[in-house]
Ligand binder design. Structure first.
Ligand SMILES: C[S@@+](CC[C@H](N)C(=O)[O-])C[C@H]1O[C@@H](n2cnc3c(N)ncnc32)[C@H](O)[C@@H]1O
Length: 243
């Protein structure tokens, strides 16, 4: 991910790419096939949600895509009220039809860049951010987003993140990227590998798990931990304290 941030895809380019990619994000069991351990991560996130969320709670799914993470959480806890946020209208339409069929709670779609979203403080019980935060760009983007996550959660509420991440140590990053390349090649061949890696370079600006955990602490989270990690794919949770 060496391309400078100002040369990465614009938000509009990202939206256009996802507008035509709904089918690929609608596989509930396998999840996103370009990601390593996607089925494990879907399961771990849903089970963690099941530890903390109560029926009739409010779930905010940022970058919801076709709704896979919300649907998997609803498989553990139901009904829930679901606020679904995505840049892409076709993704949101698919998410709304799938999620509405899975909960008797309200379902509200919001087409928005998550950076522009404004919600009432302490208004949600859980925030899901599945494979989306790697679209945040500079430090300011990351800090502002994490401050909002902390503000929007009710006391005792939980943030669950699954994402494409990096390592801060260049040597480790290099061989982890090579592991990911080998995974892609085994799945779809050399051409597929090169295509996915090329769009990661153009579109994504992931941060390390360490960077994100440090940010969690600095915006006020005290309880957090990594739930799963394999090379450049990780999931973690954080809880807002009740006092
Ligand atoms: C890789 S997909 C993941 C979708 C879903 N969370 C999942 O894991 O199946 C990323 C989604 O985030 C959306 N997205 C990307 N950048 C975003 C942003 N800044 N604000 C809101 N949504 C965004 C895209 O439109 C896309 O639907």
């Amino acid at each position: 991910m060496k391309r400078p941030l100002h040369e990465k895809s614009t938000t509009e380019q990202i939206r256009q790419r996802f507008d035509v990619d709904v089918e690929r994000f609608s596989r509930l069991e396998s999840g996103q096939q370009a990601a390593m351990d996607a089925p494990v991560i879907l399961d771990v996130v849903a089970r963690t949600a099941g530890c903390y969320l109560q029926p009739h709670g409010t779930l905010l799914d940022l970058g919801c895509g076709a709704g896979n993470f919300t649907l998997r959480v609803l498989g553990k806890v139901s009904p829930l009220n679901c606020l679904l946020v995505d840049l892409s209208r076709p993704m949101l339409d698919r998410a709304v039809s799938r999620v509405t069929a899975a909960t008797s709670g309200w379902v509200r779609p919001l087409q928005s860049d998550l950076r522009d979203l404004s919600l009432e403080p302490a208004s949600v019980d859980m925030i899901l951010a599945g494979q989306v935060l790697h679209h945040l760009r500079d430090d300011e983007d990351w800090r502002r987003a994490f401050e909002k996550f902390h503000r929007w959660l009710r006391p005792g509420g939980t943030l669950l993140v699954a994402d494409f991440v990096t390592f801060d140590a260049p040597g480790i990053q290099d061989f982890m990227l090579a592991r990911y390349a080998a995974h892609l090649e085994a799945f779809g061949g050399a051409e597929y590998r090169d295509k996915v890696l090329a769009y990661c370079e153009v579109e994504d600006s992931p941060r390390s798990v360490r960077y994100q955990l440090d940010l969690l602490r600095s915006v006020g989270f005290h309880e957090y931990d990594v739930l799963h990690r394999n090379a450049l794919f990780a999931a973690y949770y954080a809880r807002k304290t009740t006092d």
